[in-house]
Design a binder for this molecule. Structure first.
Ligand SMILES: [Zn+2]
Length: 110
C-alpha cells in the first residue's frame, strides 16, 4: 500500500512576542505557524504561584512542522546520506519556488 502524503512541511522560525501577542512563522516561506493572544496560551512557570513568570509552548526553531488542514505535527529530522544533513520531506515548502511563497512587494530585480 502506498502512503499518500498531504499537507505542507514548514521550517519553524523563532517566535516573536509583541505586547500580549505571540507569532511564529515559517523561516523559509513566511507562513504563520502560530498566532495567539498570550492570555490564551501562556501558563505560569510555577502553577502554584500566580505571580510567577508566564511561559508558552512554540514550535522548536529550525525543526520541520507538518500542516495539513487542522492537523499540525512536529516531524522527526531524518538523516540523509551526508553527515549532518537531513532529508527534505517531499511536502516541504522549500521545494516551492520563492516567487510563490514570499512577499516581493518593494523589491526590484537587479
Ligand atoms: Zn514554509
Amino acid at each position: 500500500m502506498t502512503e499518500v502524503l498531504t499537507g505542507t512541511v514548514h521550517i519553524a522560525g523563532f517566535e516573536v512576542q509583541f505586547a500580549e501577542r505571540i507569532r511564529q512563522r515559517c523561516a523559509w516561506c513566511g507562513e504563520i505557524l502560530l498566532d495567539q493572544e498570550l492570555a490564551l496560551v501562556a501558563i505560569h512557570v510555577d502553577p502554584d504561584d500566580f505571580n510567577s513568570n508566564m511561559t508558552f509552548s512554540v514550535w522548536p526553531a529550525g525543526k520541520q512542522v507538518l500542516h495539513d488542514g487542522n492537523y499540525w505535527s512536529l516531524l522527526e529530522d531524518l538523516p540523509a546520506d551526508l553527515p549532518g544533513i537531513i532529508n527534505v520531506d517531499p511536502r516541504s515548502c522549500t521545494r516551492i519556488p520563492p516567487e510563490l511563497t514570499i512577499e516581493t512587494k518593494g523589491k526590484t530585480d537587479q
